[in-house]
Write a protein that binds this ligand. Structure first.
Ligand SMILES: Nc1ncnc2c1ncn2[C@@H]1O[C@H](COP(=O)(O)OP(=O)(O)OP(=O)(O)O)[C@@H](O)[C@H]1O
Ligand SMILES: [Mg+2]
Length: 506
């Protein structure tokens, strides 16, 4: 259905795609895997006309075509859901979907008709999307389905999905995969970019592996394994598990008592109490949207607290502004790296000093110290393997995983007493996951207290020394992840708690 032949694309001195060739068969699900920055998004953005290739050829149904912009791609039946959603929060589902699709004529602006058409499409695929709902009120999973609808509404026959599951909960991933299988049955062709090898094995028919802008492998999914894929992706064997010694925790760094946070939907956190000691990682496991975001943001100072106390080394901080909390030793790796983590249009140097730009050693008497900034940026780039290693690049031109490494590096530079970390490896390749996990454990062993939230049960159980399970804004259990099985924890996450196996630690 789609053939990309010898595609080359450069951005300045970076060769994002170097003679890449990929053949996508009609009616199949084709996975594309590879390290952060390997060129996966770029090659697919070329197929969608978002970028134009420097050289190479594109064929659709065997015929050479010109795809100069997304309009050309859509006309050829190609749709794409990007790595970061491109929906307008304050508009409804239907408004978002017809936005940019009004190719002329008043008929296309008929909102009633659009509402009806979208509802019909949504029902056919059992997406459960209400066309009149506002985007800001939808869960991430539902927003994902809106992005799908947007492509289908434009009559896409080939759908390119750039890391669609990165932001979904395990349950949502399963639902999403059922939708993809249904679409495949209906004759659609699907390209899926992902870092999760178990997903590749579960959903795809073919896999293309990219490394350093080149295709390094094309295999049938049935004929490969996670281990083989990992080796092809990284070019060496990867440890697909975490190695760590037992924690030797010290004093309380963070002590939270009777914390209640209310948001527009009600009580996001309901009277919770816990502590995190030095040299330990406390994990929070839960289905997304059960108060994890509010918990981290309340401690970081990004949202107000209705009731309760938050103490850092014995000192009440719940009323202090964010900046004071950072000064007192809190670092924060946020879940949404675009909204909270980076200034996308600013370069790596500016991004490396966010949060500390106003004070020594980064600035003195109101002036930035460029030597210090340069050194700091260089350290982050080196220690966290940010690629390409160019301090003058804008953050937005880094690949998704490299943006994440930049944020993590910046927060580690603070040498925090308490690190708040949400979804540290979302969108990060398997080699970098291994790397980030090691860094987190090293930070723990150096004495920092770490509060970790992750939607990946696998990750949180592997890293945490103690695990708190959150459900509807309450902790429903504290477990030792070495003792309690993932199935049991999964059950607790849904609110079903079997007391017998729950070990309350202190
Ligand atoms: N608009 C751009 N400007 C400059 N460089 C870019 C741009 N887009 C991509 N690049 C560079 O091209 C290379 C390939 O990036 P791409 O986004 O395709 O990687 P990826 O395989 O999708 O990675 P990830 O898994 O992290 O999303 C990277 O080195 C990236 O920094
Ligand atoms: Mg990408």
């Amino acid at each position: 259905m789609l053939e990309l032949k010898n595609i080359t694309k450069t951005f300045g001195s970076v060769i994002a795609n170097n003679e890449v060739s990929i053949k996508i068969e009609k009616g199949t699900i084709h996975a594309i895997v590879g390290e952060n920055g390997a060129g996966k998004s770029t090659i697919m953005r070329i197929a969608y006309g978002f970028y134009t290739a420097d050289s190479g050829e594109i064929l659709v149904d065997g015929r050479p075509v010109q795809i100069k912009n997304p309009h050309d791609a859509i006309a050829l039946g190609i749709g794409m859901v990007h790595q970061h959603f491109m929906l307008v929060d304050t508009m409804t589902v239907a408004e978002n979907i017809i936005l940019g699709a009004e190719t002329g004529g008043a008929a296309n602006l008929d909102l009633d008709k659009a509402n009806a058409d979208i509802l019909k499409l949504s029902n056919e695929l059992r997406l459960g999307v209400n066309p009149k709902a506002y985007i800001e009120d939808l869960s991430v999973g539902a927003q994902q389905r809106v992005e799908l609808l947007k492509a289908l509404y434009r009559d896409a026959k080939l759908l390119i999905l750039d890391e669609p599951t990165a932001v979904l909960t395990p349950q949502e991933v399963e639902d999403f995969f059922s939708i993809l299988r249904l679409m495949k049955e209906q004759g659609k062709t699907i390209v899926i970019i992902t870092h999760k090898l178990e997903e590749v094995l579960a959903i795809s028919d073919d896999v293309t592996v990219m490394r350093d802008g080149k295709t390094v492998g094309n295999v049938k999914t049935a004929e490969t394994s996670a281990k083989d894929l990992a080796r092809m992706i990284v070019g060496r064997d990867v440890l697909l598990r975490v190695e760590k010694t037992d924690a030797r925790p010290g004093e309380d760094i963070l002590k939270v008592e009777n914390l209640t946070v209310v948001n527009k939907h009600g009580e996001a956190l309901n009277n919770i109490s816990f502590n995190v000691r030095s040299a330990e990682i406390v994990g929070v496991a839960g289905i997304e949207g059960n108060g994890q975001t509010e918990l981290i943001e309340a401690i970081a100072g990004l949202i107000a607290v209705q009731n309760g106390s938050i103490k850092l080394l014995g000192r009440e901080i719940s009323k202090l502004p964010v900046r004071r909390r950072i000064e007192l030793g809190i670092a924060h790796i946020p879940e949404d790296r675009h909204k909270r983590g980076l200034l996308l249009d600013s370069d790596l140097e500016e991004n490396s000093i966010l949060g500390v730009h106003y004070r020594a050693p980064v600035s003195a008497s109101g002036f930035l110290n460029s030597a210090v900034i340069e050194k700091r940026t260089k350290e982050i780039i080196e220690n966290f393997d940010v690629r390409p290693p160019n301090p003058e690049l804008a953050a937005k031109s880094l690949s998704g995983g490299n943006q994440q490494k930049l944020i993590i590096g910046r927060e580690f530079e603070l040498n925090p007493k308490l690190l708040l970390v949400s979804q540290p490896t979302r969108g990060v390749d398997i080699g970098a996951i291994e790397f980030i996990h090691r860094k987190l454990i090293a930070l723990r062993d150096a004495g920092s207290a770490i509060l970790l939230v992750s939607a990946e049960l696998e990750e949180v159980t592997a890293l945490a020394d103690r695990l708190l399970v959150i459900h509807k804004g309450k902790f429903v259990g504290a477990v030792d992840p070495k003792v309690v099985s993932k199935e049991e924890i999964g059950l607790m996450m849904t609110g079903m708690n079997s007391e017998s196996k729950t070990m309350i630690l202190h």
